[in-house]
Design a binder for this molecule. Structure first.
Ligand SMILES: Nc1nc2c(ncn2[C@@H]2O[C@H](COP(=O)(O)OP(=O)(O)O)[C@@H](O)[C@H]2O)c(=O)[nH]1
Ligand SMILES: [Mg+2]
Length: 421
């Protein structure tokens, strides 16, 4: 048996062990949840009995006021249960990507596996017109100048952008001049180059992973044009944040669209996060932020998520509006940590890139969130955002569900984009 076969046998064995462990953990979690639900029911029953008694007493005293339902004690925070999929090729691949980052079997979670599986599936379209063809063209033969031309075309087609493509191709060309590069080595080199392009703005920012800073109010503004997924992303972020035990609050500062507040409230309910809004027509977004900051201070909130109206980047009032919001934050909480995150829809490809460029000029951005990586062939645009707009990618979204957003990890992203099956 060859060495590679041995390695892949070991990998499968590793993944099988991980699967068994996760399966066991899932069963335990289910039991726990059931127990919690039963306890909750007990508490509720007790509360109802108490209410009945109280009602009787009140009726005795001739009082008509009823105890409101909100006063029931012991409302437990419940989150969606994690689901473990099949032990298939997706599972094995996801487990191996985690293992390659040094995670031990007992350190991996169902959520992580679930997410990687989704990301890999989501990027299938990007991969199809790219890696499959690339592997076909390269085969096991060493790289040639002609295969570099093919690679160039493929990278451009995946919306990786001219600058990033040039960078990758010239490093590969340099390497080719120095030594013979086999097919597999070529792919590994390509992965390394792509990763370093995405990592550069992240390294420059000095923050590898964006999390709320301790001991102060963090305000994250989500900006971007209509329909890119700002509100959805904010809902998913609220879930991630409250699940990680940060005290979270939402400000509905998109006062432009009537339905925006309702949409946010639904997301807020899903993760037990309150939404501060102002229902009056044409309310001033800055006034909503003002109210939200007051609430955040009173409640000792760690993270305030601000939804903003989608405006075309060419309209100057976006800049004015964001400036006004920032001024209010500076005045009321000078030591707050502010992040302006540009939300970009990957399926818009180069168009999205142009949006990012205009926004970056006017809105003083600190990071990007790429959405809709599921089902697009243009996932490569993430590289263009890193190289050409110089923005650190902070989160990526691949689906409409509450768990379909995760902190960005360049290694996982590049592996998913170039997975060879
Ligand atoms: N497939 C997919 N759809 C998404 C994703 N993020 C958002 N959407 C959808 O995109 C549409 C617009 O989202 P919305 O949050 O209202 O965008 P906004 O106008 O920027 O606030 C909705 O139908 C969302 O369900 C994603 O990651 N994947
Ligand atoms: Mg919206």
């Amino acid at each position: 048996m060859t060495e590679t076969n041995n390695a892949s046998d070991n990998s499968r064995e590793w993944a099988a062990q991980a699967y068994a462990l996760l399966k066991k953990r899932q069963a335990e979690e289910k039991q726990d949840l059931q127990k919690q639900a039963e306890e909750k029911q007990d508490l509720q029953k007790q509360a109802e009995e108490k209410q009945d008694l109280q009602k009787q007493a009140e009726e005795k005293q001739g009082l008509i006021d009823r105890v409101s339902k909100e006063n029931i004690p012991g409302q437990l925070k419940t989150f969606d249960e994690a689901e473990l999929g099949e032990f298939d090729d997706n599972f094995t691949w996801s487990a191996m990507v985690l293992a390659a980052q040094g995670k031990k079997i007992n350190q991996i979670s169902i959520d992580e596996i679930d997410w990687l599986t989704k990301l890999r599936r989501g990027l299938e379209e990007t991969r199809k017109g790219f890696v499959t063809e690339l592997l076909d063209k390269l085969g096991d033969d060493p790289l040639t100048p002609e295969s570099l031309d093919d690679l160039e075309t493929l990278l451009l087609r995946a919306d990786v952008g001219i600058d990033s493509t040039d960078k990758v191709i010239s490093s590969l060309r340099k390497k080719l001049n120095e030594e013979v590069v086999g097919g597999e080595a070529g792919i590994n080199f390509l992965k390394k180059e792509l990763k370093s392009i995405i990592d550069k703005p992240i390294k420059n920012s000095g923050t590898d992973l964006l999390v709320p800073k301790k001991g102060k109010l963090n305000v994250w503004l989500l900006v971007g044009v209509n329909g890119v997924g700002k509100t959805t992303t904010l809902g998913k972020l609220a879930y991630l944040s409250s699940r990680s035990n940060y005290k979270t609050l939402i400000a509905a500062a998109d006062t432009f669209r009537a339905a925006a507040v309702e949409q946010l409230k639904i997301w807020g309910e899903r993760s037990n996060v309150d939404v501060i809004s102002n229902q009056s027509k044409n309310a001033d977004p800055a006034a909503v932020v003002f109210d939200a900051i007051n609430s955040a201070k009173k409640r000792n909130v760690d993270l305030l998520l601000v939804d903003t109206a989608g405006r075309l980047q060419t309209k100057n009032n976006l800049m004015d509006e964001l400036a006004k919001i920032k001024k209010i934050i500076d005045k009321k909480v000078p030591d707050a940590s502010i992040e302006s995150l540009l939300v970009l829809d990957a399926s818009q490809g180069q168009n999205g890139l142009n949006q990012a460029k205009s926004f970056a000029k006017s809105a003083n951005l600190s990071g990007a969130i790429i959405t809709k990586l599921d089902g697009t062939s243009r996932g490569g645009v993430s590289l263009a955002v890193s190289e050409e707009v110089n923005l650190p990618i902070r989160f990526i979204g691949a689906g409409e569900g509450i768990k379909d957003l995760r902190p960005f990890n360049s290694y996982e992203f590049v592996e998913a984009m170039l997975a060879d099956k």
